[in-house]
Design a protein around this ligand. Sequence first.
Ligand code: GLN
Length: 251
Amino acid sequence: MNEDQQDRTAPRELVIVSLYPRDMNIYGDRGNVLSLARRARLQGFEPRIVEINPGDPLPERIDIMVGGGGQDSGQGRVAIDLVDKRDRIRELAEDGTPMLMICGLYQLFGHRFVTYTGEELVGIGVLDVETRGDDTRMIGNIVLESDEFGEIIGYENHSGVTTLGPGSVPFGRVTQGAGNNPSDGVEGARTGNVIGSYLHGSLLPKNPAISDFLIARAAERRYGSFEPTAAATAGDRTVEQARASAKRRPR
Ligand code: GLN
């Protein structure tokens, strides 16, 4: 069958790599992968999820990469494997592949994470950030403001204190909670289409605009264009309810 004979209405595939789901899946971060796959379907694509754990080779085709958070011990297990995959991931990032890395993997997508006990975990430097473990934890519901995504809602729980270099811009400005560190008033990092953030929740079910960003960039890169469908943009009451309850401060 040549290209002209192919069924143009057949859903177009998007390969979503779920990075280290065994070690890096705290506070339900796997919900990001499930939510993204569902949203991709609503947007008219056929998602294929590929789970990559330490030792697994990356697939030849990758359209979106998503990774979660974990304890310092889990980060130690994946850090060595991640360095083996560094060149490929950097190439993909430079080529515009959208990625979302939460908490523990956000830290490892930076240059380094020095734990509270002084152990240095080398990162892959896709994001221009550095993290140091501190003796206090930043815990609670968090709200950000972003020019591109509007209000972003999530939950943070980390002791890592992250600072941004000039090669990354913040993911959002903090309006409630701590973010990268207690003093800068910003959260997360972004370089090109790669987003790093401390926001669990999971993040994507409560913030569909970020799923749409990942899907749109992936579709443009793979298929040359992206048009949102009416089904995806129709709105969802459960999303609004989840956002409202996630914004509540603990009493
Ligand atoms: N170990 C890291 C920290 O506490 C990451 C925590 C997480 O992924 N939730 O800073």
